[in-house]
Design a protein around this ligand. Structure first.
Ligand code: HEC
Ligand code: HEC
Ligand code: HEC
Length: 369
């Protein structure tokens, strides 16, 4: 027998074993998930890195419209879950292991605490939690539906708002509520406008300004809201929805009554700013798109009669078959994947953004999961 036979077998066995192990490790590595790549479509759990800051996103509702019924208490109850308040303060705000009891707290206290984020609680900026939603959460917390009693495990159904809750005063009356739901996304919660929407900037619609422009003529302002015609009878930019059919004359009249109560103390709104150190594309996205599509790009917000689209890459890539040039066309010219017009509530950006800037935005969208 060859004297190298036994050593050769040994070496072959050892390297075979080593190879099997290495291949095994590579296949099963959490970075490749090779072992899980089935055609059934396994979505990887998002990796979270230590030492990085992530936006608190709460628990998005399956249907955002569910929280837009017009009843602030009911809506607030859902939003209380959506923004994750319930995870720490329990479902009825009665306080739990992490957060204190907040049911019944005053409007000022809730607003201040939410905006500053006391120790151990995330800070909710107006970007993450708009004033209009916060107002509804407060309406819920101050209603009988929220309660001081120990409420571990109570479901929203179990604490369904009672009939009396609808008679709670809403800030700004019915017109204020209608404005918050339908108009604030573009004109700002304070109605001061100032957001860039394609080739136009949303105007200040507080009466001091609006009344001046329309010569205090309420029926002309009604025409602007219902039919999109300005004081001279010319068409307003198509981004301003035509509300005829969606709002009744009475509702428009309520909104105007509300606008007449607004003073011009609050300054015009500033575009939203991206977190420090963000890419150019992220900065542009925050400034021009996050208003309607959300700072995480998930969309689902009511913009006039339309709903803003989900721009996270898995969704967008699917719709446009991965064709970046078609996505750029959607942004610049408002055409969908088949060349059909998107709803006019999606501004056309060709006058406001360059091809290059839009490319940078799309590069950023590709990072949104
Ligand atoms: C991650 C857990 C967490 C989430 C989510 C959270 N909170 Fe808190 N919250 C806390 C903690 C902890 C405190 C107490 C801080 C302290 O000791 O001062 C607190 C304090 C408060 C207070 C002040 C209570 C007091 O008596 O001083 C209010 C009001 C409040 N939260 C409202 C909210 C609302 C509204 C939301 C949702 C938009 C929310 N919180 C989401 C953890 C949370
Ligand atoms: C999708 C965004 C958007 C929404 C939602 C929206 N608006 Fe507008 N609105 C605009 C833009 C943009 C203009 C300016 C159009 C122009 O300059 O031609 C405008 C113009 C107006 C004007 C005319 C102002 C002027 O100075 O001529 C009024 C009044 C107005 N909006 C009221 C409302 C009311 C009330 C609502 C809610 C019922 C509402 N808007 C909802 C975007 C919006
Ligand atoms: C005034 C609100 C508003 C702003 C601001 C806005 N969008 Fe939109 N966007 C919409 C709405 C509403 C739709 C859905 C239109 C439809 O359903 O026809 C939409 C649709 C889209 C689509 C098409 C998605 C699809 O699935 O077909 C893209 C892409 C898009 N927006 C990108 C952007 C980018 C990028 C910006 C910023 C430069 C931006 N949007 C700013 C309201 C807005």
């Amino acid at each position: 027998m060859n004297r190298f036979f036994v050593p050769a077998i040994l070496i072959a066995t050892i390297s075979g074993l080593a190879l099997t192990l290495i291949v095994g490790i590579v296949m099963r590595s959490p970075y490749t998930h090779g072992n899980l790549s089935s055609t059934a479509g396994y979505t990887r759990t998002k990796v979270t890195y230590q030492g990085q800051t992530y936006l608190w996103q709460g628990m998005p509702l399956a249907k955002p419209a569910q929280a837009q019924t017009g009843d602030p208490v009911k809506d607030g109850q859902l939003l209380f879950f959506q923004y994750g308040c319930a995870s720490c303060h329990l479902s009825n705000g009665s306080g739990g292991a992490v957060g204190k009891q907040i049911a019944g707290d005053s409007t000022n206290k809730i607003t201040n605490k939410v905006r500053e984020g006391p120790s151990g609680m995330p800070m909710f900026t107006t970007d993450m939690l708009p004033d209009s939603d916060l107002q509804k959460i407060i309406a819920f917390l101050q209603s009988p539906a929220a309660s001081a009693s120990a409420g571990a495990g109570t479901t929203p159904e179990a604490t369904a708002p009672t009939a009396t809750s609808t008679s709670l005063p809403v800030q700004g009356g019915p017109g204020g509520q209608l404005f918050a739901t339908n108009c604030s996304i573009c004109h700002g919660a304070n109605a001061a406008g100032g957001y860039r929407l394609g080739s136009v900037v949303s105007p200040d619609v507080r009466w001091a300004k609006l009344g001046g422009d329309y010569n205090s003529n309420v029926s002309l302002v009604t025409g602007a809201i219902l039919n999109g015609t300005d004081q001279a009878g010319k068409d307003l930019d198509p981004v301003m929805p035509r509300w005829k059919g969606s709002l009744t004359d009475q509702q428009v009249s309520d909104i105007i009554t509300y606008l007449q109560t607004l003073t011009t103390d609050a300054p015009a709104n500033q575009p939203l700013a991206a977190p420090a150190g963000s890419s150019r594309g992220a900065q542009l996205f925050y400034q021009d798109c996050s208003l309607c599509h959300g700072s995480d790009g998930s969309g689902g917000k009511a913009v006039g009669p339309a709903t803003s689209a989900d721009l996270r890459w898995t969704k967008l890539k699917g719709t446009y078959n991965g064709d970046v040039s078609l996505i750029i066309r959607a942004i610049l010219q408002g055409k969908d994947q088949d060349g059909k017009d998107l709803d006019p509530a999606m501004p056309r950006w060709s006058d406001a953004l360059t091809q290059d800037q839009v490319q940078q935005i799309v590069a950023f969208l590709q990072t949104l999961q």
